[in-house]
Design a protein around this ligand. Structure first.
Ligand code: ZN
Length: 301
C-alpha cells in the first residue's frame, strides 16, 4: 500500500476504536485490543508507530512513548490512571520521543541506549523525518520541525529475562538484538502475546543501521534472536507489532526468519536503494531492499 492514500488504513476497521480527550486533535488514535490491551497509534506520520498499554490488576506496562511530536503523557494517564512502568523496545526516536515526560523509562543494558538516555538524539539525523511529506495532513499545531530532537530522559536498565508482575499478569522481557543492539521484546504469559517491537511487522523491516547516533543492525543476530524467542516461547498466540497493523499471527515469526535467512544466504535478489530523503544514504550496491509477500527487508552488506 502506498503512503498518503486518502482512505484510512483498512486494518484499523478490525479493531474497536476508543475516544479520548487528550488525543491531541486526533494525532493519536486509541484502540482496545483483545487481551486487555490498549494500542495508541500515530497514523498521521509515515512511521505509523504503535504504543501499547498492557493492563494488570495492580499496574500497567507501557511499551514506548511515540515520536514526541505530540505529547502522549496526558493521554496515557487518561487511559490508565493507575501505577505504570514505561519500557522501550529500543532507542529509536519513534519509540522514545516522549520518554522525558515520564519520571523513569526502562531500557536494555546497552551502551548506545544508555548514552542516548543521557544525551538525547540531536535534530540532524532526524531532520528527514520532519519533512512535510512525512505528514498526512501537514504539521500538527504547535510543532516546529527544526526544533525536533529526542531529549534526554531518566533511564533505568532492565536485565534480559526480567519478569514484570502487573497483578494477575506476568510479562517477561527478552533481549532481541538485530534491528538494533538494544532491541528487546515482551512476552505476556497470561495471554500468550508477543510484543515484537520493530523486528516483526508488515511493512519495510530495517536491518541497515550502522552509525553511533542511530545504532547498529546485525542480520546474524536478528536471525539468532528470532530463533531464541521461538525456542523460549513456543506457545505464542498472537504478535502485537510496533508499526502498521497491530496484530499478526504467530506464523509471521517463521516467515520473517525465513526471509532473513534468504537475504543472508543471497538466495533472493535485492533492489539497489539510495534515497536521501528517506534516510537511505550510502552505496546502492551495498544497501538493498528485498521484497517479500506483504513486507520487505532493507539491508546493507
Ligand atoms: Zn520503529
Amino acid at each position: 500500500m502506498k503512503w498518503k492514500t486518502p482512505e484510512p488504513r483498512p486494518y484499523y476497521a478490525n479493531y474497536k476504536r476508543i475516544s479520548a480527550k487528550n488525543d491531541c486533535r486526533g494525532w493519536f488514535q486509541c484502540y482496545e485490543l483483545p487481551g486487555d490491551i490498549i494500542a495508541i497509534c500515530e497514523p498521521q506520520h509515515l512511521q505509523e508507530v504503535n504504543i501499547y498499554i498492557i493492563k494488570g490488576s495492580e499496574r500497567a506496562l507501557v511499551l514506548d512513548t511515540g515520536m514526541g511530536i505530540c505529547n502522549v503523557e496526558p493521554l496515557i494517564r487518561e487511559l490508565w490512571p493507575g501505577e505504570l512502568t514505561v519500557v522501550n523496545c529500543h532507542r529509536h526516536f519513534d519509540h522514545t520521543g516522549n520518554n522525558w515526560r515520564f519520571p523513569e523509562v526502562l531500557i536494555a543494558d546497552e551502551e548506545g541506549a544508555i548514552r542516548q538516555a543521557k544525551e538525547g538524539c540531536p535534530h540532524e539525523p532526524l531532520a528527514n523525518q520532519t519533512d512535510e511529506d512525512m505528514f498526512l495532513f501537514g504539521y500538527p499545531e504547535g510543532f516546529v520541525p527544526e526544533d525536533y530532537w529526542i531529549r534526554p530522559f531518566n533511564a533505568k536498565v532492565v536485565e534480559d529475562g526480567h519478569i514484570f508482575d502487573l497483578g494477575e499478569r506476568k510479562v517477561e522481557l527478552i533481549y532481541t538484538p538485530g534491528h538494533l543492539e538494544d532491541h528487546l521484546m515482551l512476552f505476556d504469559h497470561r495471554e500468550k502475546i508477543l510484543f515484537s517491537g520493530d523486528m516483526i511487522y508488515l511493512g519495510a523491516i530495517y536491518v541497515q543501521f550502522g552509525s553511533d547516533l542511530m545504532g547498529h543492525s546485525d542480520l546474524d543476530q536478528y536471525i539468532a534472536s528470532l530463533v531464541k524467542l521461538q525456542e523460549k516461547f513456543p506457545e505464542i498466540h498472537a504478535v502485537y507489532t510496533s508499526h502498521n497493523d497491530f496484530i499478526m499471527p504467530p506464523s509471521c515469526i517463521q516467515m520473517i526468519r525465513d526471509a532473513m535467512v534468504a537475504v543472508r544466504d543471497k538466495t533472493v535478489e535485492g533492489t539497489p536503494l539510495r534515497d536521501e530523503k528517506y534516510g537511505y544514504y550510502g552505496d546502492p550496491d551495498t544497501m538493498k531492499q528485498y521484497f517479500f509477500d506483504g513486507f520487505s527487508i532493507v539491508y546493507k552488506e
